[in-house]
Design a protein around this ligand. Sequence first.
Ligand code: PMP
Length: 473
Amino acid sequence: MTVVKVETQTDRSAQVAQVIAEPKSAVLHRHLHHSFLSLARGQGSNLILQDGRKIFDASGGAAVACIGHGDGRVVKAAMKQMSEVAYCATIFYTTNVCEELCQFLVNSTRGHMARAYIVNSGSEAMEAAMKLARQYFLEKSPPEPRRTRFISRDQSYHGITIGSLSMGGHKYRREKFQPLLLDNVSRVSPCFPYRNQYRGESDQQYVDRLAAELDEEFQRVGGDTVCAFVAEPVVGAALGCVSAVPGYFKAMQAVCDKYGALLIFDEVMSGMGRTGTLHAWEQEGVVPDIQTIGKCLGGGYQPVAGVLANHRVMDAFEKGTATFVHGHTYQGHPVGCAAALEVQRIIKEENLIQNVDKMGCLLSQLLRQRIGNHPNVGDIRGRGLFWGIEFVADKATGTPFPAQAHVAMEISEMGLAEMYSIAVYPGSGTVDGANGDHIILSPPYNVSAEDMRFIADTVARLIEDFFADRAGA
Ligand code: PMP
């Protein structure tokens, strides 16, 4: 695809149109009528198109590319593994790389977690987490077979398969499949400080109200029927990098303890260093019973995700049937494990999580300076290198744009035009009127201060131009 160089505002929309021109493709793309930029390769923080143009990957794809693209060390480790044992049936065999990766993960929790289970995607990890939780209550002594329910949160995303989609509260993604979804999942409000500010509550009052809501939900469905409460420690795709107020997760865990239910953290997007600590729960003063991880485990070099279970859960299995009735053809895939191990070695040896913290602080400062006062920027929030910018139609009231306006999607598409050449990750309002569109900035962990200035300047220019065009339209 050739993209013309544009100089003026009018040309800008022509260029955006060209980027998304309608193609013919045999691929069942998510949007059949969109054209997608065709990538030739990735190099560090850049994606390079077939025509040689570079796009700065300010979101690391979907918050995945944590050490950047095209790292030869990971390629080498994966290829070595592929030439040794590319695949094995885990019903009969294990591999050193799978053992090593799980040991690394367990060690990284300072003794809290007992075992790890390696799968290929975040959705699979969430399915496995649900089944682990259910089976735990059958394995423990005495067993509690009545526990079949889950409580999750509105405006959440836990994956796209039927079980994980049932858990999520993303209205648009659920809508068409509602009749197929599990009816033993109910949801409570998320902790969303930006949207709660209009109530004038203190953090403590907010936490108390949300804890009471969770408690009431346990009572409503029957406290002894619930397997687990499920939440993302920092909400990613559904809300755009929303952290809870201090004390929230401690209060939620206390409610779970009261009813004997497990706490499951979905760290598929927020985990493995993305939010400034290897595990997002390290910043919450709680340790979940079960934790899922995904994107930054393998940094996109292989499809690899995982589930960690603590001693409470694994001891019940050990003393029970010692069999987890679950399994995928490609679980513990040796090449996925080898790539993940190498990505994690690089993160550790290069102290990249320290850089996440440092660069994240700089990015947030620069973003606030550049666009904090923009009338359509409602909130800039995040942790580590995981930053969300929420857009609003009215800053004073926080009124979002209607979902049909596709504001975040259009901003992201415009970002791909040559004059910006930046990739940001869009997310739209999950419940009409309850939250707005947002974009996520989640660049690789090894970015520099200069990269942060580039991201802040380019994103500011993009947002200013987008809303100026919109106002002029
Ligand atoms: N949980 C969370 C928090 C996620 O962000 C995602 C993916 N965006 C998933 C689960 C599902 O992961 P996957 O797309 O790899 O199936």
